[in-house]
Design a protein around this ligand. Structure first.
Ligand SMILES: Nc1ncnc2c1ncn2[C@@H]1O[C@H](COP(=O)(O)OP(=O)(O)OP(=O)(O)O)[C@@H](O)[C@H]1O
Ligand SMILES: O=c1[nH]c(=O)c2[nH+]cn([C@@H]3O[C@H](COP(=O)(O)O)[C@@H](O)[C@H]3O)c2[nH]1
Ligand SMILES: NC(=O)CC[C@H](N)C(=O)O
Ligand SMILES: [Mg+2]
Length: 528
């Protein structure tokens, strides 16, 4: 990503991170509005303010609670700067508290308060953020994820929109150019959120919006060359979009210094290994090594039931395999991965910020502490849809660009409890039927990701007048643009019952099928 060093003094927005899982989406939305932005943890915001000379400031959400002792605060320098401020969720709450208003904690009465997921707000007064967008009296969908709430806004503010659970859904102080939203405008499930942020950046902060992503490809190619020099790079290739795009980008940068390695860990979907091999060999002239590693992964997973332990083992074992392959090639200093921002943010805190670890994605938090190879991860700050755009720009065929994501730990995180070859085989069959039905119904491209899950729970059924006692299979399908938030795909009941019937009839070991109706948040997409 271009940095202030290699950009001619860009207009910028400073994003102060309090540790929200979706802080990076704010940067993303600002970028889409054509303005450069940087995320910094709240603890270094004051220094960043001096260095960047931004035209505006956005305060992120947080897992922390403003009324709790020791929770983070925005540095006073931010309020002294005279710059416009947009506070989002925790950002709104902390700004309110610091400027003399009041915030109350949720759950004080033992009930789970707050709003999680879809909510509706009503516009009560005009506001510059609504330019060309919303009018007084209208109702609009937004995405909420909060327990605490503002109960008294700070002097100078007024309410411009309300929701059932948040009377201070959107507040404004036009004189100081301070705005606060209880909802998250940065997530796609707030359909007009990107425009609200664009209005803040352009109309309130006065940015002209002339920064584009066009240079990304060229900048990255130069970065890769500078990092790698004339050394050898090994790239973990999974057949997914991210590693395919990373491989092609790196190949463009360093040509034959690159070798790709595809690991068959026995946790792949039906026929995946042959498909990936064929696809890649048909389209690219990049050396590809396929490693048969089913036995060692299954052996290592035996008896492991804790999701984080599974993920850590798989992450470490991937690296062991890569290092062994590197040796066979006569050594490789670098390991390239198609790691994306969602992998990073959910595993570790970005730039040392305060976010909470939700799960250790195998290629980030699941990596072993000691690694001999250095990482090359050109897509580390991008989101899935941006990677797809980059893939198109690099000329990748649609079969790669349009593929549903598939996690590196594969079926292991879709089998809660112990993973075994037998369970993988059962799940592979159910998953293949489900995806075949989705393709037959012409729904594949309308869905962001779909898969089956095998539960370690057995239930009683009756088939052919006999008693069965078999596993439950859960089906999941979500819509999303970046994997950070997701909504369930609303199949009709006839479609789902056809899948259920086929799975129960055709897959020995499953006698009950259920559909997962959980959005993200509060759920995650994978079950572990
Ligand atoms: N079976 C595998 N063999 C080799 N490398 C893998 C394998 N699975 C995952 N990886 C590595 O881990 C990285 C992250 O996996 P992830 O699933 O997020 O990305 P992807 O598979 O490239 O794309 P997608 O998210 O669309 O599936 C990959 O980019 C790749 O470098
Ligand atoms: O390569 C990966 N390694 C992992 O360890 C991993 N965990 C989740 N995912 C994928 O990330 C997206 C978001 O998933 P979650 O909502 O479950 O975190 C979804 O697309 C998941 O499939 C992973 N991908
Ligand atoms: N998403 C957020 O910023 C949440 C803020 C705070 N933790 C709350 O529950 O209200
Ligand atoms: Mg994948």
């Amino acid at each position: 990503m271009p940095t202030p060093d290699n950009l001619p003094a860009p207009e910028s927005i400073l994003i102060v991170d309090f540790g929200s899982q979706v802080t990076q989406l704010i940067a993303r939305r600002v970028r889409e509005a054509g303005v450069y932005s940087e995320i910094v943890p709240f603890s270094s915001a004051e220094t960043a303010l001096k260095r960047m000379q931004p035209k505006g400031i956005i305060l992120s959400g947080s897992p922390a609670s403003v009324p709790a002792a020791g929770s983070p605060r925005a540095p006073q320098a931010i309020f002294d700067s005279g710059l416009p401020i947009l506070g989002i969720c925790y950002g709104q709450q902390v700004m309110t508290q610091q400027l003399g208003g009041q915030v109350e904690p949720g759950g004080a009465d033992g009930e789970r308060d707050g709003e999680f997921g879809r909510a509706f707000l009503t516009v009560t007064e005009p506001c510059v953020l609504f330019d060309g967008l919303w009018d007084v009296g209208e109702r609009h969908q937004v995405w909420m994820s909060h327990g605490d709430r503002v109960t008294q806004f700070a002097p100078g503010f007024r309410i411009v929109a309300i929701s059932d659970g948040a009377p201070f859904a959107l507040i404004a102080d036009d004189a100081r150019r301070y705005y606060g939203t209880q909802f998250h405008p940065e997530v796609v499930h707030t359909p007009d959120g990107a425009k609200l942020i664009a209005n803040f950046v352009r109309h309130v902060c006065g940015c002209s919006g002339d920064w584009t992503m066009a240079e990304f490809r060229a900048t990255k190619i130069a970065d890769i060359r500078a990092q790698v020099g004339d050394q050898r790079v090994l790239c973990g290739l999974s057949g997914g979009v991210d590693s395919a795009v990373a491989a092609v980008l790196i190949h463009e940068a360093i040509g034959e210094q690159l070798t790709c390695v595809f690991v068959d860990h026995g946790l792949l979907r039906m026929s995946e290994r042959t498909q990936v091999e064929r696809l890649f060999r048909d389209h690219y002239n990049i050396p590809l090594v396929v490693v048969d590693a089913e036995e060692r992964f299954m052996a290592g997973l035996a008896g492991v039931t804790d999701p984080e332990k599974k993920r850590k083992f798989i992450g470490a074992e991937f690296i062991n395999v890569f290092e062994e392959e590197a040796k066979k090639l006569g050594g490789a200093d670098f390991l390239a991965q198609g790691t994306l921002y969602p992998d990073v943010i959910e595993s570790v805190s970005f730039t040392g910020g305060p976010s909470v670890t939700i799960k250790s994605h195998h290629n980030v938090g699941g990596l072993p502490e000691r690694m001999n190879m250095k990482l090359v991860e050109p897509l580390r700050e991008l989101f899935k849809d941006e990677v797809r755009l980059l893939g198109k720009e690099l000329g990748l065929p649609e079969v790669f660009v349009g593929r549903h994501p598939f996690p590196g730990p594969g079926l292991a995180i879709r089998i809660p409890g112990e993973v075994s070859k037998e369970r993988c085989d059962i799940l592979r069959k159910a998953d293949a039927i489900y995806l075949e039905e989705i393709r037959n119904a012409g729904l594949y491209d309308a869905i962001w990701q779909a898969f089956a899950v095998l539960l370690p729970v057995k239930t009683v059924g009756v088939m052919g007048d006999g008693r069965t006692y078999d596993h439950v299979c859960a089906l999941r399908a979500v819509t999303s643009t970046d994997g950070m938030t997701a909504d369930i795909y609303p199949f009709d009941a006839i479609f789902l019952s056809r899948c259920a019937t086929r799975i129960i009839n055709e897959v020995q070991g499953i006698n009950r099928v259920v559909y997962d109706y959980t959005s993200k948040p509060p759920g995650t997409i994978e079950w572990e």
